[in-house]
Write a protein that binds this ligand. Structure first.
Ligand code: PGA
Length: 254
């Protein structure tokens, strides 16, 4: 445990931000700034810019992905997007179960699990987001919540498929609030998540799974966090929208 043989993965989650022009400009400027980085750099962009982003990032070390998808392959689901459609547009990964999807769009662990299965079947890497609310932490429910979200979210995923999964620990109270988890709190949660992963699969697989921290990540916090044995990278919302702060997060993480 904690050998840190795992890659450092920095994921920018743009949420509902950026047009095609803004995306192309951002990636053009980002590429030369991070081309020497040993970190894996992922951008989870809106559906409408996946194709332009993937074209622009071709041949670079930037990997483009989606922020959500439906669990069906196709059908009468007005407004929804299938995994094979985001693959077709150039996505290599998808974020699933983000707390904003859980909260505003009533996504359940069971629905998220079906999406994880579909994403992997469609050839995407899946980043499963989990995290407790402030009330749950105060009620000492953090571990129960994480355990439920993990075990249901990953139900039926084989050991062979596990290599395509990563987990983002995003305490809901830290997302968009400027209230970042302390390195100790984050490490404690990450170690618990890794222990759960070894129960779901085995310890060898659990040791290979990347666990990112997310929630108010800023350049000045990442050094201390990444030193912790079970923190392997970051899922960055607000600070991924500005080139300077995103580059600083990448540089301070490796
Ligand atoms: P934040 O968002 O960095 O703006 O807190 C993180 C996330 O929601 O993934």
């Amino acid at each position: 445990m904690g050998s840190k043989e795992r890659s450092t993965v920095i994921v920018g989650n743009w949420k509902m931000h950026k047009t095609i022009d803004e995306t192309v400009e951002f990636i053009k400027q980002l590429m030369p700034r991070i081309k020497e980085s040993t970190a894996k750099i992922y951008l989870a962009v809106p559906f409408t810019v996946i194709s332009a982003a993937a074209d622009e990032a071709k041949g670079s070390n930037i990997v483009i992905g989606a922020q959500n998808m439906n669990d069906a392959t196709e059908g009468a689901f007005t407004g929804e997007i299938a995994g094979k459609m985001v693959v077709d547009a150039g996505a290599k990964f998808v974020i699933l179960g983000h707390s904003e999807r859980r909260r505003y769009f009533n996504e359940t662990d069971e629905f998220i699990n079906r999406k994880v299965k579909r994403a992997l079947a469609d050839g995407l890497e899946a980043i499963l987001c989990i995290g407790e609310t402030a009330e749950e932490r105060e009620a000492d429910e953090t571990e129960n919540v994480l355990k439920k979200q993990l075990t249901t979210g990953l139900e039926g995923i084989s050991k062979e498929q596990a290599v395509k999964v990563s987990v983002a620990y995003e305490p809901v109270w830290a997302i968009g609030t400027s209230k970042i988890a302390t390195p100790e709190i984050a490490q404690e949660a990450h170690a618990f998540i890794r222990k759960m992963l070894s129960e779901i699969w085995d310890s060898e697989i659990a040791d290979r799974i990347v666990i990112q921290y997310g929630g108010s990540v800023k350049p000045e916090y990442v050094k201390e966090l990444i030193e912790k044995p079970d923190i392997d990278g970051f899922l960055v919302g607000g600070a991924s929208l500005s080139l300077e702060s995103f580059v600083a997060i990448v540089n301070n993480s490796v």
